[in-house]
Design a protein around this ligand. Structure first.
Ligand SMILES: *[C@@H]1O[C@H](CO)[C@@H](O)[C@H](O)[C@H]1NC(C)=O
Length: 887
């Protein structure tokens, strides 16, 4: 072994120009130098040349450094076998989406061939990860970079453009992960980077390289459709297509079992309207891994899962499906991870697995039958040959309850905890595919993004940072799937907007639980994902933006502290909320707000741009809302009188924001403090929900409420919440009901100066409705302009929101529908139908036909709406799911 190492060093040495000089003169002298140098290098290299230890190198770096997770990255110079004309470069701009400046801010660039060489242990399998940041580097035009990479005879990249790939995937950086089967008899791995000759001025570059020895974790995989054939995973060299923690959160490499893998949230890969339900069980003290090695997947993967749901009428009608875009003409290994936490008997949860439209489990999948007990993890490997064809193909992995003849299971359900997809190298030792091209959906999404955020490029960067976080394995058209999914989810909000656009980062929500409900939360507990999802500002930047917190810039004061108007990036207006350092509540709410908002993006939610945390000072930076709070336009010396239609449009916007919180995000999010001062208006009078400092994530599965100390604002508080200290999304509906009356009557929710029975608007409005004299308390400014049918619908709806019991209140989606319908009633007869009377800025067009609506039974709206969406079956399924969870 030692001998081999020395040989390797000499080899390196002979490749250097220095070694070629020893031809004529004092040969002995030179040998002495060489010998001493080798000794010296040996001492130096002892620490890194152990092939059984993971290597991470920060290419082009001049010092070693640590990444955001605290992992060390060393310089690359020691590993360069032949440098070509390579040179180290520094990126000129750090994209806010970069999780860490190391290894991305430096690179090694070469126009001619350059080779890295790493010692390996020929009996071990290795992960090789290549990190590329196609940013801007001085005197290199990244768009011109096309290159190939070969490793131990395998072509892993060919004519690869990091810039094109990153653009197609809307990622700031690309991580490519390969797993090399043991390379018999070879004790070093050479990576050759070669610029493509096809393009003038082309060059190769790389920012980071990781080489991690691993056990041989691949086994034989059953070939789907040919149950008697299998693929030998042990000798397969692969590229990772996806690695998902199904039903769970992003798992950073440092939380993996030494293999330094990253596990991503599965939601961007879900296909269709039926997304099932997610659950978790981290109470289990330890999983019983039996003889399955722990490195297969960490416990956190098995602790969360996605199932189809409890209702057989629903589950039997859809497939729980994930989709992956892959290159044609390759074989893929699909690894499914399971762990049953709920049932313990065979035939309770029996289902089929379909991969690439073929049955992968001819005799059904039953986790308990495989493991014999609950809380025992297990995995199954399948192989599929993806046909030749043009462009990328979709591989669907689908689950469906098994319902064949006599073998009926007790529950019609299916489960999955983790999913990995690996591309296997072909007969020519090739793993490379073409550069992906942006999908149509993506192009559209980009366009939408521009439309909504066209003002400032840096702002786009700041607002859409998380796109690089998920799906970093370079899977194309994930976004298209999200589009598809959300479309079918909300068949009525057709005009689409950018509401869902948001980001894969969306659900990387580890850390969320720990920050909520804890009482000693410090900022350090901000999850790395949240931190990565929004821009970090220095205190100096914040001071500059607010003219050193000049009092003249104060635009509001809240429990958290003061809110300042500010300007960043030259001319971009923001609102800056500065915390009051003495308040512990401030710290908690600060963290909650970042955690929440950094994952949520919606047209009707105020966008968080970034945060600052320095020297105990904390500040949150938001989009500036030019027209302030909704409340200030209702009473208290309002300057302009909002028309009824404008008010309805604003309410619809706010309702959409809340609806998204309740149903659009991964967890149900309960705002807890809905009121007219938390509904803000932008320069186009678009209403946006703000202030998430009190928000709670709601019930995940079995529990239907969140127990909590009562918080919120008097006048808006749900009496049931008050009585039972149990929070549900219906608490927000109640508060929103108060807002509805506040808007109709233009008076505060509480007004102590009024006669006793009138102090509380909720009580006063309800008694007025009961007495049938609501007309008397309507804002005189608009009273005559409201159409009677509209008023009736509106008041009925608002009244229902104020029901004593949550169960009698409408869901946010019913409420939203009723508001949209009220607007239609107001507009009908108002000139041409559809409200094309010019000023319909705030509301999206409502894509429905009045004639098909059933006026008395609003609950069936999802079925009765005639939508241009032709996903009939999934729409129907979705409505059932809506009703199931919405009640
Ligand atoms: C589920 O997927 C399988 C395989 O593609 C297909 O045959 C079946 O019709 C699907 N079932 C439903 C309900 O979509």
């Amino acid at each position: 072994m030692h001998f081999l190492k020395k040989q390797f060093l000499i080899q390196i040495f002979l490749h250097t120009p220095f070694a070629t000089m020893h031809i004529d003169c004092h040969v002995k002298y030179y040998y002495t130098i060489i010998y001493i140098t080798i000794l010296f290098l040996n001492v130096l290299k002892l620490s890194f040349s152990d092939p059984n230890v993971a290597i991470s190198i920060d290419c082009g770096a001049t010092i070693e450094g640590k990444d955001i997770d605290g992992r060390k990255w060393e310089m690359d110079t020691k590993y360069i076998l032949s440098p070509g004309d390579s040179q180290p470069v520094k990126a000129q701009f750090q994209d806010p989406a970069l999780l860490s400046d190391i290894p991305y801010m430096t690179a090694r660039v070469s126009k001619s061939e350059m080779t890295y060489k790493f010692p390996i242990n020929s009996t071990s399998r290795y992960f090789l990860r290549l990190h590329f940041y196609p940013g801007s580097y001085p005197s290199f035009n990244i768009e011109k970079s096309y290159f190939s990479v070969t490793v131990a005879g395998f072509t892993v990249l060919n004519n690869f453009s990091a810039a094109v790939t990153a653009e197609a995937l809307t990622q700031a950086y690309i991580i490519k992960e390969y797993s090399f089967a043991p390379l018999d008899g070879i004790d070093s791995l050479e990576l050759k980077f070669k610029a493509s000759y096809k393009y003038d001025g082309s060059f190769a570059f790389v920012n980071g390289i990781e080489l991690v020895p691993t056990p041989n974790f691949l086994d034989s995989a059953v070939l789907v459709g040919f149950s008697d054939q299998s693929l030998d995973g042990k000798t397969a060299t692969t590229e990772t297509v996806a690695r998902l923690n199904v039903g769970g959160n992003y798992i950073p490499p440092t939380n993996d079992s030494g293999l330094l893998r990253t596990w991503y949230d599965d939601t961007p890969y879900l296909f269709g309207a039926g997304v099932g339900v997610t659950s978790s069980d981290n109470k289990t003290v330890g999983l019983d891994y039996r003889d399955m090695p722990k490195y297969i997947a960490p416990k956190t993967v098995y602790d969360t899962w996605r199932s189809m749901g409890p209702d057989p009428n629903v589950t039997l009608n859809f497939n729980l499906t994930w989709t992956f875009s892959v290159d044609p003409s390759f074989t893929y290994i699909v690894r499914l991870h399971f762990c049953e936490h709920v049932y313990s008997k065979v035939n309770q949860r029996l289902f089929n697995v379909y991969i690439y439209n073929q049955t992968a489990t001819p005799s059904g999948a039953d986790v308990i039958a495989w493991t014999g007990a609950k809380d025992v993890p297990v995995y199954k490997d399948f192989a599929v040959n993806v046909q030749t064809g043009e462009g990328q193909q979709e591989v669907l992995v689908a689950l469906h309850p098994r319902d064949i003849g006599a073998e009926k299971p007790e529950f019609y359900d299916a489960i999955l905890n983790g999913l990995e997809v690996f591309k296997v190298s072909d007969g020519n030792k090739n793993l490379a595919g073409p550069n992906p091209s942006p999908s149509e959906a993506l192009a559209k999404a980009e366009q939408e993004k521009r439309k909504n955020f066209s003002k400032d490029v840096t702002r786009i960067n700041a607002i859409w940072p998380a796109s690089g976080v998920a799906a970093a394995f370079g899977l194309a058209t994930v976004l298209a799937v999200v589009l598809y999914k959300k479309k079918s989810r909300m068949p009525r909000s057709k005009s689409g907007t950018s509401s869902w656009l948001p980001l894969y980062g969306n659900s990387h929500s580890s850390g969320m639980k720990s920050t909520i409900g804890g009482n000693s939360v410090a900022c350090a507990q901000l999850s790395t994902e949240a931190a990565a999802n929004c821009r970090h500002f220095t205190l100096a930047e914040i001071r500059k933006a607010t003219k050193n917190f000049d009092e003249s810039n104060v635009i509001g004061v809240g429990g958290f502290g003061k809110v300042y108007k500010g300007v960043i990036d030259g001319n971009f207006k923001v609102a800056i909320k500065k915390s009051n350092p003495s308040s512990e509540q401030g710290v908690n709410e600060f963290v909650t707000e970042i955690e929440m908002l950094s994952k949520l993006r919606h047209k009707h939610l105020v966008s968080l741009i970034g945060y600052c945390e320095e020297n105990g000072e904390m500040a949150l930076v938001y989009d500036f809302m030019a027209h302030g709070t909704l409340r200030e336009h209702l009473y208290k010396g309002n300057k302009i009188n909002l028309t009824w239609k404008q008010r309805l449009e604003m309410l619809i916007g706010a309702a959409k924001g809340l609806h998204y919180l309740h149903t659009g995000a991964k967890y149900t999010i309960i705002h807890r403090d809905v009121k007219t001062t938390n509904i803000l208006l932008d320069e186009n009078w678009v209403a946006k929900i703000s202030d998430f400092g009190l928000s709670k994530t709601g019930p995940e599965t079995n529990q239907h409420h969140v127990s909590t100390v009562v918080k919120g604002s008097f006048g808006y508080l749900d009496p049931e919440y008050f009585r039972r200290q149990q929070l549900t999304e219906k608490s927000d509906v109640y508060s929103f009901g108060v807002v509805l009356f506040e808007i109709l009557c233009a008076r505060p929710a509480l007004n102590p100066s009024l006669p006793k029975e009138q102090v509380s608007l909720a009580d006063w409005a309800r008694s007025s409705v009961r007495k049938g004299n609501i007309e008397e308390i309507i804002d005189p400014n608009i009273k005559g302009t409201i159409k009677p049918e509209c008023l009736k619908k509106f008041v009925d709806t608002a009244f229902k929101c104020l029901s004593d019991h949550g169960i009698d209140r409408p869901s946010m989606s019913d409420l939203l529908w009723n508001l949209e319908f009220s607007l239609q009633l107001q507009e009908s007869g108002d000139g041409p139908k559809g409200g094309s009377s010019g000023r319909n800025t705030a509301s999206d067009n409502i894509n429905m036909h009045l004639s098909t609506l059933n006026l008395d039974d609003d609950e069936d709206y999802t079925e009765s709406v005639s939508s241009s969406n032709n996903q009939n079956s999934s729409t129907a399924i979705f409505s059932q799911i809506v009703h199931q969870t919405g009640r």
